[in-house]
Design a protein around this ligand. Structure first.
Ligand code: G3P
Length: 219
């Protein structure tokens, strides 16, 4: 499963990219606004840090304007992926942009039928928002399972990009269900490695080694 980091904070991206675990980045207007920086400056910097797909969301609502914005955004870097909302206009823009060879991430997906429409529109990625479904007491990961079943029935190329991830369990369940990508907030990505027994086990190993008085490099 690919890991994208879900942020527009370039310091977080740089720090996490150094682990070798970052396969791409997703942004959205809220994440960009949070930086307080110019959208194009942020995207250029992100694309210089990460080689994988970098999602940049259009802000227009009509298909023609989304297409115009997408054509402008894709000029920034070859790994720019245009994010469009799951609306009829977004799907029209998706079809046009993917036909032109541009990667498109269809976002704000909350149902299997929406995901089916996005695949038929040729989406490169579909972004089902699991955390926001959980927020309204609907099991978000059930949607991932449904989409995986549907996409595999028809051999759709669209990749399932699990979004709105809130905790490590979302990442584990996404991997178990065969999602193609999880886009993970920086704090959740950093927490994936944590386990108290790992920390304790390492401390115990090193304490016992210390008692031997030996050193690998000095031998
Ligand atoms: O990529 C979409 C993601 O940023 C939305 O997450 O936590 O605002 O639901 P959230």
């Amino acid at each position: 499963m690919k890991f994208f980091v879900d942020t527009a904070d370039t310091e977080d991206i740089r720090d996490l990219a150094a682990t070798g675990m970052v396969d791409g980045v997703t942004t959205n207007p809220s994440l960009v606004a949070k930086t307080g920086r110019n959208f194009f400056d942020v995207l250029k910097e992100i694309c210089a840090i990460v080689d994988g797909p970098v999602s940049a969301e259009v802000t227009a609502t009509s298909a023609d304007s989304m297409i115009t914005e997408g054509r402008k955004l894709r000029e920034l870097a070859q790994n720019i992926t245009i994010k469009v909302p799951l609306t009829w206009d977004g799907l029209k823009a998706c079809k046009t942009l993917t036909d032109e060879g541009t990667m498109v991430n269809v976002t704000l997906c909350f149902s299997a039928n929406q995901a089916l429409l996005a695949a038929k529109a040729g989406a490169t990625f579909i972004s089902p928002f699991v955390g926001r479904l959980d927020d309204i007491h609907i099991e978000g990961m059930d949607l991932i399972e449904d989409i995986r079943i549907i996409y595999d029935q028809y051999d759709f190329d669209t990749e399932i990009l699990v979004a709105s991830i809130r905790n490590p369990n979302h990442v584990k369940e996404a991997a178990k269900m065969g999602a193609d990508v999880s886009t993970i907030p920086p704090n959740v990505l950093r927490s994936l490695i944590k386990h108290p027994l790992t920390d304790k086990g390492l401390a115990d190993f090193l304490a016992d080694w210390e008692k031997t008085g030996q050193s690998i490099l000095d031998t």
